[in-house]
Design a protein around this ligand. Sequence first.
Ligand code: HEC
Length: 180
Amino acid sequence: MRFLTLLLALLISTGAIADDINTYDESCKTSIQKLGAALKLALINAMEESGPVGALQTCSVEAVPITETISIEEGMIVSRTSLKTRNPKNAPDKWELAVLEQFEKGKISEFGEIVTDSEGHQTYRYMKAIPTGPICLRCHGTDMNKDVSLKIAELYPEDKAVGFKEADIRGAFTIQKPLN
Ligand code: HEC
């Protein structure tokens, strides 16, 4: 009987965790959609107004504040990272690096789990791969416009985010949602 109660308690609690994770995943996906849409809008507007060189300038000024605003609105840290970053501020931490390597192998394109730190703080961490589309190649591809390359070198002396081909994984959205 005691065993059965235990088993039941276990089943209920794992069920609850699974439900929570589904809810976290859903809210993470919504936040990512918001960030993706906001960044794309800023990019497209800037490209139309001032071409890729001007858009580079706009992205360099706006990308970080846009991610910070969305994070505040969503109550979770939402940002972008990559194995080859343009802005060193977007460099992956250890957990992100391991997930990015899995994405690169092509086995998965999203991943989430609860991570507990040494002080017992729990965080739901989630990542979703970002594929390279045709428009991305203007600033992340090979054989780019010379003025674009010069501007990148000026703004990002440590840039590693070039040489991508269409459909390569350019990086990932990454989320940290504090749970306690
Ligand atoms: C007009 C040039 C331009 C275009 C086009 C562009 N990017 Fe970027 N991208 C940048 C700049 C500039 C940064 C650095 C932003 C910053 O300072 O945070 C960046 C950063 C990123 C990052 C964050 C990681 C890092 O490298 O720092 C990702 C991911 C990314 N871009 C993906 C894309 C994708 C996907 C596309 C196509 C949909 C795209 N970019 C199109 C200029 C561009």
